[in-house]
Write a protein that binds this ligand. Structure first.
Ligand code: HEM
Length: 390
């Protein structure tokens, strides 16, 4: 059945025929039902993301009403992801450089090492749908934390950090309940305190991670420490749901089709294009403007269908998958995300995860923008480890 609108499409079983039809019929237009402009064609998606008046937040509401006045809201207001303008440009440049300095092989090796740490945590075994969901929301995030140099190499620390990051990410959703917002605020406070803690163990110089260099560069640019801290948490939050979605959608793909020859790296790219974890993002008009040739009023909102752009026309080999965005807020973690998703799937396969069973028993987590499978307690082969291949 065709989804009723682009928000329903995010978690529909197969939204791609709907997206393709929409991109062809109305590449940019107003959706009366949602009260939103919708960009669906690749050229229109690119134009909105590049438009100087299309901002990541409404001018009148820098922080969502549900979060305003909470610790979660204070953190939100400091994120480069949620701000436009010159004030955030220096930190953004520093973060971009930090992300770019992580190579895929290092990220994968850290991920494999941390998988060994998670093996020792009672909640992560035995491997079934429920524990696989936990692995997907834990391993990529703690690998990012570890690459930054944060203390997550004791299993209990890793699980606690990942749970707080996920709680904070959930509070940002428009579907968040009052309880989710409260849990997100607790998590924001907890993560803020945790970042202030000394590493707690002597670190060899090569093991310090990116954080000291990032803090030093920020200090040299007069960027307040609390803004740096918020954005370090922000990087982990960005890594959380979307990377879980990419790895989960890879498991679903593996379960539905015969093994690919290209390996997990190629599969990560393919799935990021064909069954993307982030299906849309939003922009808000800061002034009356013409967008895609249409007059649009200040305050109007645009739903930008990255997933529609992705399936409406072939994506050229080597091009950035649309799921990672484009323009001023394009994801700086795209290569890292693919490496982490491939390494996470590899770790799960090595521990006996059976995609064919998983793909038969899952639903998508309720969301208006992220396509993240939630696996049920499916059968898995009794533990029969094999050597990781990536
Ligand atoms: C499959 C996984 C991921 C996907 C699909 C994804 C997608 C995106 C998208 C679509 C945006 C832009 C949103 C917009 O323009 O409205 C974004 C921004 C961002 N992402 Fe990712 N992301 C992923 C993983 C990661 C990872 C692993 C990191 C870092 C470790 C990361 C860090 C960021 C940051 C810092 C931003 C904000 C950039 C800015 O506003 O200038 N992401 N991501």
């Amino acid at each position: 059945m065709m989804p009723a609108d682009p928000l329903e499409a995010v978690t529909a079983p197969d939204p791609y025929p709907y997206y393709r039809a929409l991109a062809a019929r109305q590449p940019f237009g107003f959706d009366e039902r949602l009260g939103l402009w919708v960009a669906a064609g690749p050229a229109e998606v690119a134009a909105v993301l590049a438009h100087p008046d299309c901002r990541v937040r409404p001018l009148s509401q820098p922080v969502p009403t549900a979060l305003a006045g909470t610790a979660a809201g204070a953190l939100f207001g400091r994120l480069i992801r949620m701000n436009d303008g010159a004030a955030h440009a220096p930190l953004k440049a520093i973060l971009m450089r930090s992300m770019a300095s992580i190579d895929a092989a290092t990220a994968k090796a850290r991920c494999a090492g941390l998988a060994g740490v998670l093996d020792l945590v009672p909640d992560m075994a035995p491997l079934n749908g429920a524990t696989i969901n936990r692995w997907l929301f834990t391993l990529p995030v703690v690998t990012v934390a570890d690459l930054l140099g944060l203390p997550v190499r004791a299993g209990a620390d890793a699980v606690a950090v990942a749970a707080r990051v996920a709680a904070y990410a959930a509070a940002q959703s428009p579907l968040a309940t009052a309880d989710d917002v409260e849990a997100g605020s607790d998590a924001a406070r907890w993560l803020g305190q945790w970042l202030k803690m000394p590493a707690g163990r002597p670190c060899p110089a090569e093991d310090l991670g990116l954080l000291p260099a990032l803090r030093q560069a920020a200090h040299a640019n007069d960027i307040a420490p609390e803004v740096v801290a918020a954005n370090v948490i922000g990087v982990m939050v960005q890594a959380c749901e979307a990377t879980a979605g990419l790895a989960g959608n890879m498991l679903v793909r593996l379960g539905r089709s015969s093994p690919t020859t290209g390996g997990l790296d190629e599969l990560a790219v393919r799935v990021a294009i064909d069954d993307p974890p982030v299906q849309n993002t939003r922009r808000f008009l800061a002034a009356d403007a013409r967008v895609c040739g249409v007059p649009v009023r200040a305050g109007d909102a645009v739903l930008v269908l990255l997933a529609a752009a992705s399936c409406a026309a072939p994506v050229e080999a080597g091009a950035r998958p649309w799921t990672f965005g484009a323009g001023r807020h394009a994801c700086p973690g795209d290569a890292l995300a693919r490496a982490l998703a491939a390494a996470t799937v590899d770790a799960l396969l090595a521990r006996g995860a059976q995609p064919a069973f998983l793909a038969q028993a899952f639903r998508y987590r309720p969301s208006h923008n992220a396509r993240v499978p939630h696996f049920f307690e499916a059968l898995v082969r009794p533990h029969s480890p094999r050597r990781p291949t990536t």
